[in-house]
Design a protein around this ligand. Structure first.
Ligand SMILES: C[S@@+](CC[C@H](N)C(=O)[O-])C[C@H]1O[C@@H](n2cnc3c(N)ncnc32)[C@H](O)[C@@H]1O
Length: 312
């Protein structure tokens, strides 16, 4: 089923899910992954972003990630493509698992050390253990979280992302990362853009090709949030195990309609232009937990960089 490039929003007070949608959320069932209410914005279509189409036979980014994380929300095509990537980079499941571990740590740090109470998690992926709102609200029950993903498969599982502590709030938008206006307008119904917001871009910016100017995308998002906000970027690395990374890049793009563009540390650093890096700056995924000694073989296979920066 072809999904139009429209925005879907659920969990907001002003909009009730349809009976069918509510049934799917309640039961976890999905009649077809794209069969949900949409609220056409037109913006994404005008800008020419390709919508994600549900097809169980075509490898899907969110479902492959779910496979590497040991989840069950994937199909044979996702597992086969996932295994082809593992042939190129045997530590791929470890990369996904480690990225989730870092996300949990980042959210905890932002709440407890930096006092952040609002999160905009873009490219949220399928629900898993320790989703952003669960981690944030464990530390600060009044924390608010908006999830964004462009894939209707994630929307079909959104119920798991829409639970909330009594004092906090969570919401979900279906939108493309490049469609920053839709994201900011939609998120503003839940988040207060007058107060600091942490923008989480974990394992998603590498799906934005150079032609779509990912630096400008990040800049537009960070322009929309006030001083004291944070940017978190976790990005697939082309310069850690470069040969395996290049093979991964090539295989991924041969199989998946959503293309990947791994980047080097030097290419990722400009995302933080105008911001103040915190801690040790942009570091390889394996070195995030500075207190922990890292096994060198594991470290070599963790093809990602991660960093947090504060907007002055
Ligand atoms: C590799 S998963 C990462 C999930 C999660 N951030 C994590 O770290 O576990 C990437 C997610 O980004 C989403 N995604 C890819 N390109 C996107 C885009 N242009 N706009 C919004 N979401 C996108 C995919 O649908 C997928 O769910």
């Amino acid at each position: 089923m072809v999904i139009s490039s429209s925005r879907s929003r659920c969990g907001s007070p002003g909009r009730q899910p349809s009976q069918d949608q509510e049934h799917r959320y309640r039961t976890g069932a999905a009649d077809s992954y794209g069969n949900h209410d949409t609220e056409p914005s037109g913006t994404a279509r005008e800008l020419g972003f390709r919508s994600v189409e549900f097809d169980a036979k075509v490898p899907n980014t969110a479902r492959m990630w779910n496979y590497w994380l040991g989840g069950k929300d994937n199909f044979a095509a996702d597992r086969e493509a996932g295994d082809r990537v593992i042939e190129a980079l045997p530590t791929m499941p470890m990369v996904a698992w480690w990225a989730r571990r870092v996300l949990v740590d980042v959210v905890q740090r932002l709440v407890t050390v930096h006092g952040v109470r609002q999160f905009l998690d873009i490219g949220s992926g399928l629900p898993t253990a320790d989703n952003t709102h669960e981690v944030a609200q464990r530390a600060a029950p009044d924390a608010r979280v908006v999830y964004v993903d462009h894939d209707p498969v994630v929307l079909s599982h959104a119920r798991a992302l829409l639970t909330s502590s009594r004092d906090g709030k969570t919401d979900y938008l279906q939108a493309d990362l490049r469609d920053t206006r839709t994201i900011v307008e939609g998120a503003a119904q839940t988040l207060d853009f007058g107060q600091p917001i942490a923008v989480l871009l974990i394992a998603v910016l590498h799906f934005i090709p150079d032609a779509d100017d990912p630096n400008a995308v990040v800049r537009r998002l960070m322009d929309a949030v006030p001083s004291g906000s944070y940017l978190v970027v976790g990005h697939g690395a082309s310069d850690i195990e470069p040969a395996a990374a290049a093979e991964l890049n090539q295989r991924y793009n041969a199989m998946s309609p959503t293309k990947i563009r791994l980047r080097s540390k030097a290419e990722i650093l400009p995302f933080f232009d105008g911001l103040e890096m915190t801690g040790r700056g942009l570091v390889p995924l394996s070195q995030w937990f500075d207190a922990e000694p890292t096994d060198i073989d594991t470290a070599r296979g963790l093809v990602g960089h991660v960093g947090i920066a504060r907007k002055p």
